[in-house]
Design a protein around this ligand. Structure first.
Ligand SMILES: Cc1cc2nc3c(=O)[nH]c(=O)nc-3n(C[C@H](O)[C@H](O)[C@H](O)COP(=O)(O)OP(=O)(O)OC[C@H]3O[C@@H](n4cnc5c(N)ncnc54)[C@H](O)[C@@H]3O)c2cc1C
Length: 447
């Protein structure tokens, strides 16, 4: 008999796990609370403008994502990535930088020449620890000493490298505070972008998510509880106004870490509960704006330096055209993300207040653009990015060991989500693949 599996959560982690388990012959149902798949990466559209959950960029080195796109049969439609240039905002100027090369980093505006010379240590450091540094397996890096990004970068490369390279990168990409964040995340993130073009899918993440769903998947299905039943589980969920249950042999819990205890608390052992209790995410308010006219001209990502980041920390602008579904021909779409602090303080502020404040930053970099705004949407992500503070990867390593032990003792429950790897699509995809491997092995299924 085929093993039955419920995947709770239809973000990219859950969809990857579902796809891999189906490929091994499992009967899989995805239960997703939202009305469609894709989770945080799912976007929207309005009169020819399209967006992903937050101006999502990927890297050609995101091997998990590239493989998933191929499995979904979408390589021709979504790849290769369209290049996106990176600019750092300094005063009212936006200066192009090349973050993939040490020389490019050294030339970032504001990095002092002495610190630029010290940046030559970076490739040596990466080579020295090469065997421990694998973005798809961050737990290997826990053998290295952990400390904050701020301590690490200041010590190795100097204060100006922290202020003008590391901080804008971490904050702009994942809202992560360099004083709290683990240097392991930073090093692995740098490695996954190193020497590789960063860019945008030719289509959208929503197309990928749609292609990975099956008619048996249920949307608008909010799981309430998960409990043990015989050899498997009883999953209680609400769907179309009625309470329903399913009794699968195994479960992939692919929801944000903070939801694990409310959903599956009684199934967890103390060590797991402690790790999930310590999980934290950062909120983000995002403004999507349609622009009538041409302002950036090329797909561009602007990073704002920390002292200039109130409230916007990053902005992605994309023109429409033959290769882009972002906007109609001759128009552009901008996506602006506010800092975690500002987002937390204004999370429930009315849309027009948020839109007006964030649109102010648009005008600083692209004068005239606010007047050309033809529509805007405010996106609210209460859990936008999981935090990877100092020591977090050690806790995740412990979670992996404890969960593997439970699996070996017959609890066929596995966890997936970006919070296990890195706050990126690639992190979500890799975690989904690993969760599928773990569960398949427990069912005795081969790859
Ligand atoms: C503004 C923003 C910008 C970003 N930019 C980038 C970028 O440029 N590049 C990049 O690589 N990454 C980016 N990311 C990160 C990326 O979007 C995430 O890392 C990734 O989408 C996480 O996928 P996931 O499957 O782990 O989680 P999610 O996408 O959060 O999926 C979890 C799913 O579980 C569902 N769920 C929760 N509770 C229940 C329940 N009780 N019952 C049923 N379903 C439930 C949720 O509805 C959700 O769909 C960005 C994120 C945000 C918010």
């Amino acid at each position: 008999m085929r093993a039955s599996v419920v995947v709770v959560g239809g973000g990219l982690a859950g969809l990857t796990a579902a796809c891999r388990l189906r490929a091994r012959g499992c009967e899989v149902t995805v239960l997703e609370a939202a009305q469609g798949p894709g989770g945080r990466a799912a976007g929207g559209e309005h009169e020819g403008y399209r967006w992903d959950g937050g101006g999502h960029a990927a890297s050609a080195r995101d091997a998990g994502l590239v493989a998933l796109i191929a499995e979904a049969g979408l390589s021709g439609e979504l790849l290769p990535l369209r290049p996106e240039r990176l600019l750092q905002v300094s005063g009212s100027q936006a200066v192009p930088i090349d973050p993939a090369r040490t020389l490019g980093i050294a030339r970032s505006p504001g990095v002092r020449w002495r610190d630029a010379l010290r940046l030559r240590r970076l490739p040596r450091l990466l080579r020295k620890f090469e065997t421990l540094l694998d973005p798809a397996d961050p737990l290997r890096a826990t053998r290295l000493d952990d400390r904050s990004v701020a301590d690490f970068v200041r010590l190795y490369f100097g204060a100006s490298a922290l202020e003008h390279w590391a901080a804008p990168l971490l904050i702009g990409d994942a809202l992560a505070d360099p004083i709290e964040t683990s240097r392991l995340l930073f090093i692995l993130h740098h490695l996954s972008r190193n020497e590789a073009p960063v860019g945008l899918l030719r289509g959208s993440f929503r197309e990928l998510a749609n292609r990975l769903t099956r008619p048996s998947d249920r949307f608008g299905a909010r799981v309430r509880t998960l409990e043990a039943a015989g050899q498997g589980f009883r999953v209680a969920f609400e769907h179309e106004g009625s309470e329903q249950t399913m009794e699968p042999d195994g479960v992939v819990l692919a929801t944000p870490a903070e939801t694990v205890i409310p959903l599956a608390g009684p199934l967890l052992v103390d060590a797991e509960r402690r790790i999930f209790e310590a999980s934290r995410s950062l909120p983000a308010l995002v403004l999507v704006a349609g622009l009538e006219g041409s302002f950036a001209e090329k797909a561009s990502r602007y990073r704002f330096r920390p002292e200039e980041r109130r409230p916007v920390v990053s902005m992605a602008v994309e023109p429409g055209g033959a290769w882009s579904t972002a906007a109609p021909e001759g128009c552009e779409r901008a996506v602006l993300m506010a800092s975690a602090e500002w987002s937390a303080a204004h999370f429930d502020a009315p849309d027009d207040v948020v839109a007006k404040t964030l649109a102010g930053s648009l005008g600083r970099v692209l004068p005239g653009a606010p007047a050309a705004m033809c529509f805007s949407r405010v996106l609210r992500h209460r859990r936008a990015f999981p935090r990877f503070d100092v020591g977090r990867y050690r806790e995740l390593s412990r979670l992996r060991d404890v969960s593997a032990d439970r699996l070996a003792h017959g609890r066929r429950l596995v966890f997936a989500g970006d919070y296990r790897i890195a706050p990126t699509i690639e992190g979500a995809v890799v975690s989904g693949g690993q969760a599928a491997d773990e569960l398949a092995a427990a069912f005795g299924l081969s790859r």
